[in-house]
Design a protein around this ligand. Structure first.
Ligand SMILES: Cc1cc2nc3c(=O)[nH]c(=O)nc-3n(C[C@H](O)[C@H](O)[C@H](O)COP(=O)(O)OP(=O)(O)OC[C@H]3O[C@@H](n4cnc5c(N)ncnc54)[C@H](O)[C@@H]3O)c2cc1C
Length: 385
């Protein structure tokens, strides 16, 4: 019997196990293949919803479902966190068991490292977890006047357009409440441009001009002065705020950090096309967990899930694994209340920002609902036609 272990049941992990269960259903039924998902969280989160909670586009409860309910028949859930990964001996451990595998996919995402910026946890808010988004909603509702700063503490972080989306949503939200003229909205970014792609940065900066939003580029946050409510940069510059929405620093999982397969920040080092962990043909990493220079996005995790599932299926059927990842990803980006754009890119295509429209906004609202039955059970990726 061949055992396939997938660690992490977020966007990439769920797509992987469900794709494998569909493709290998006969082998699973006959007992020739076992598909195991190791996930310690009871909930599977749809994280794009976190940004929408403060603006009433999604309710907190609609952003998650029980992991168990997300699984196709034929997937065995180990409801524990993996604590150690031994790639040479093809073993992954949890607190209660040691699992021998033939193939492994690591999809453990990113974790937030608040300690890297003193004062960040106590002094700022964000929309990068369910709890933070719920808290932020209360603060935004109560906000009447003053300066709101939206920023990013360091690169890389999940969903590159998310801070821009927050700026545009806040602009429309306070305009609708009739108090936009009493509120300053500032954008703070660690790079000298407003987005990692210079073309999209220019588009964003033009939109800032139209909407009266100030930007502070190249501002690398070193610490937060909580009593005086100021962001302090590496150079010693200070920005005062009344409410600050700051994306926390991201790192790879502790599991990867201790496995020897990750770089200094805990990101898995993989081949950009095969997604193999370097040096291991039976081990893969996907999604936010990798050090690849692609967006940390659900669309990327899903596209990669299909590639690694296909490669594993090909290996199990005795074929040469040929599926490769082309760097593709995309995001529906909110540009205000009732407006959105779409950004797509790949290894060979620079990011393209499509003109904002109501249709893309409408697509975003639809996608919030179809995610559960389409992307997560990967219909959109061509498995079930
Ligand atoms: C506010 C916000 C908005 C976003 N908007 C978009 C968007 O519009 N479009 C888009 O494409 N993407 C968006 N994203 C990004 C998207 O949500 C992530 O890129 C995607 O979830 C990554 O999938 P993943 O499987 O790599 O990681 P995750 O979905 O984060 O899953 C990782 C899983 O691994 C589990 N795990 C971690 N360590 C262990 C361990 N040791 N053992 C077992 N399990 C473990 C965790 O519990 C978690 O369930 C957004 C993210 C945020 C925060």
């Amino acid at each position: 019997m061949k055992t396939i272990a997938v660690v992490g049941g977020g966007s990439g992990g769920i797509s992987t196990v469900n794709h494998l269960a569909y493709k290998l259903r006969d082998q699973v039924k006959s007992g020739d293949v076992k598909i195991i998902l190791i996930e310690g969280s009871q909930r599977h989160y749809y994280q794009p919803g976190f940004l929408e909670i403060p603006f009433d586009m999604m309710t907190p409860a609609s952003t998650y479902r029980p992991v168990l309910k997300m699984l196709a028949d034929g997937v065995t859930l180990v409801p524990e966190f993996a604590t150690a990964l031994d790639l040479k001996n093809m073993t992954v451990r949890t607190d209660n068991q040691s699992i021998k595998y033939d193939f492994i996919v690591i999809a453990t995402g990113a974790r937030y490292d608040y300690d890297a910026v003193p004062g960040l946890k106590q002094g700022t808010d964000n929309f990068y977890s369910l709890e933070s988004a719920v808290e932020l909603k209360k603060k935004i509702n109560a906000f009447r006047s003053g300066r709101i700063v939206v920023g990013v503490s360091s690169m890389p972080y999940k969903c590159t357009p998310a801070p821009l989306e927050a700026v545009f949503m806040l602009n429309d939200y306070f305009t609708r409440r009739g108090i936009r003229d009493k509120i300053d909205i500032d954008y703070v970014y660690p790079m000298p441009i407003a987005f990692p792609d210079s073309g999209i940065s220019e588009i964003a900066l033009n939109m800032f001009k139209e909407k009266g939003i100030k930007s502070n580029l190249g501002f690398q946050i070193k610490s937060v002065d909580v009593p005086s409510r100021e962001l302090v940069s590496q150079k010693g510059d200070r920005i005062q705020y009344d409410l600050a929405l700051i994306v926390p620093p991201h790192r790879g999982s502790r599991l990867l950090e201790s496995s020897g397969a990750a770089d200094q920040m805990g990101w898995a080092q993989v081949d950009g096309f095969t997604l193999n962990l370097k040096g291991y043909e039976n081990a893969y990493a996907i999604g936010d967990a990798t050090s690849l220079q692609v967006s940390k996005a659900g669309s990327v995790a899903d596209a990669q899930a299909i590639v690694v599932s296909e490669r594993i299926v090909q290996s199990i059927l005795g074929e040469q694994p040929v599926s490769i990842y082309d760097g593709s990803g995309g995001a529906l980006m909110l540009t205000g209340m009732g407006k959105a754009s779409m950004i797509t890119s790949s290894y060979t295509q620079k990011p393209v920002f499509m003109p904002e429209s109501y249709s893309f906004y409408w697509l975003k609202l639809i996608y919030n609902n179809v995610y559960w039955n389409m992307t997560a059970k990967p219909v959109l990726n061509g498995v079930v036609q």
